[in-house]
Design a protein around this ligand. Sequence first.
Ligand code: GTP
Length: 777
Amino acid sequence: MSRHRFVKTLDLDDELEDFDGQQDSTDIYDPNQDPQMRKALAEARAFLGDDFANMDIQDSLWYYYYDVEKTGNERKRVTPKVHLPKHHLKLGSSGYYAIPCIPSLTAKGFFMDCPWLNVPMERRAEILVEPLYPRGGLLGGSSREPPKKSKLAALVAARKQKTQEAPSQSENSALTLLDTLTNSDDCGGATTNDKDKILRGRRYPLQRNEERTKSTYESQVQDNVSSSKPTEEVQELEPNAPVSSPSGFASTMLGLSSTLQHTPPNISSYNLFYTTGSDMGANSDPFSGASPDDIIAKAQGAAKGMKSKTQAKTNGQASKEVNTVSEDLSKTAITDSKPPRSKNLDVLQEYRKSAAKRSSNFVVIGHVDAGKSTLMGRLLYDLKVVDQRTIEKYQREAAKIGKSSFAMAWVLDQGSEEREHGITIDIAMNKFETDKTVFMILDAPGHKDFVPNMIAGAAQADFAILVIDASTGSYESGLKGQTKEHAILVRSMGVQRLIVAVNKLDMVDWSQSRYDEITQQMEAFLTSAAGFQKSNISFVPCSGLKGDNITKPSTDCKWYTGPTLLNLLEAAEPTSQERALNGPLRLPVSQVFSSSTQFPLSVAGRITSGSIQVADPVITIPGGQQGYVKGIAVDDEPSDWAVAGQNTTIHLSADIDAKLIKGGDVLCSASMPISLRQVFIMKLLAFEHIMPMFCSIVVGRLDASARITRLLSILDKSTGKVASGRGKKPRVVKPNEAARVEITVDVEGGVPIEQGARIVLRADGETIATGVVEDAK
Ligand SMILES: Nc1nc2c(ncn2[C@@H]2O[C@H](COP(=O)(O)OP(=O)(O)OP(=O)(O)O)[C@@H](O)[C@H]2O)c(=O)[nH]1
């Protein structure tokens, strides 16, 4: 077995079991204890004779992964033959042969025949810099090696890069495609009614008329630096906005030319930490405009009903600036002729007495090829969201490329790579309604390379469907793969309800004993290791391909008389919705766009807390812009009000500047805006070793630099309490452990974050943990 193979078959859990973050004396490699090394040494010795020291040969064998031939050639070529008397080779304390000091092997001797500055290649050393953070894949990946990309992941990455290289073209085509999908008469053959229901092929995250920017804070800063020379385009923007001068140091660091100091700004630097935005502008002067603190102070002051003049007196200079900003903004803003009159509705009462359908998002998870997309395709087909003609078309097209069994999955898998390879890559969003509820399906990829996409889906879900392939051998390999990993992940993201679809039972002749075996094992795992409550888990035996127990009871599965998958979906009341209804308005913005001339600024997203009605005053955080609601649409239908849990579009008044609001902002009630937090405590599930370290936090569209500043405790995953043993004040959190940690955000002024927010921690391009905010100070 080669060393590579040896490394690959390590059981990471076992290896990590005793790791306490300190160097273990048994970690020191002893070549004489390694049978493979002993065997290779004997072979190399036979090849080389007695001219070489064991240590040299062992070094070379290690370097060449025990390749005796390469070792022999290298020794003969590089090492000067030194005849050592045998008694010079003594075993050192580590069992390694101690090599005597030979003059010709000193550095001076080694380079004696080399001309200065012209050292031959074979004598040059290679210096490898260790990565700053432990690398590796999610759950079970090696922490010592960078994650290996599958061919498919490499292909996707290459295509993505290609698309990014030609942004304007791809953006235009994506937008055209989007328009076609949402407006076109040809809705995949669906009837006119169905067209409204389906949101076909919609990808997460979706932006309409937002200009894409680079996805990380760093790249945005780079863009700003590189584009920081004033251009005519910049000068046209916001001529009246005030400018604060950058310090000499900052000017030097960011390369701001002196002329820029007089250049009007177009955007607050405050928004730089968002992953995507509507428009970063050609030139974002990071020193322009009021500071975030000022903006928040102004917003909170205004919320308490304080007049700006009083504020100026109490808050001094900072507030003066805020007032100037707001005056300037009001001068430049196109004011709406007349705000609509509020109907002063008791929105919660309206909601309860209305026939308004509940909104529910669910994520579909499970091991690769468990049948997730097929199951959802079947659900949409049975509910007549997709018609027979479309399925037949998919069947013909799938048959052409020899993948006819995937026709139903194509309803969800719209990408060409997905269809070509028969797997889901990105989250696919589709909508359907029943009598009581509007459901949003978030179909997650099962392949381990696309776990981050799956996490993005889980972050928005009220509950999850875990699909298990019951066929012989597949259930077992799924357990070793993503079945358990996905279940733990969604739980760590705060998902409490789980429907387990025991799928492909048609392949085991609807065996009841197989179903019982799977349900018993899964229930034990889900209630212990994953931390679900038994009452929140339901099981259903089904076949997505044949349509048994999806919307109608199976005729083949005679022993099951329980609810169908659809019945279970309707019964899955979003657990947190009732609580969220009474909170203050929070709408994390996922899209900013212009709906029409009547509504030139609209934002869309899912209300996570509170309620809203037309004419309500609102504020954007962190932008701190105040305005009012001109109109509301819930699930694309006009409405006078909206409540927590609903996917909503809010049409905003012209007081709010479209340039200063972007995906990741939070739209709040003007009287109770969300606070900005610098430090918070979160409960997380670790995928890598976690210790005090730099990382970034991702909350929806927000991506901010942060640090894990304290490890508070290791938690028992089943009880959520501090684990016994090394539970208190741990020095390291191992992969797959749950822990409570303190996070400090490295963004001046903090970020809009509250208790219950679902967070992903990333470092070095990897997801290192996910979790939920417990307490924000
Ligand atoms: N016999 C049988 N085959 C099924 C069933 N459900 C899915 N399949 C087949 O399983 C294969 C994989 O189905 P998909 O729906 O693509 O699986 P998936 O879980 O969405 O795959 P990823 O999203 O890539 O993880 C396809 O060939 C399907 O036809 C089922 O209930 N019975």
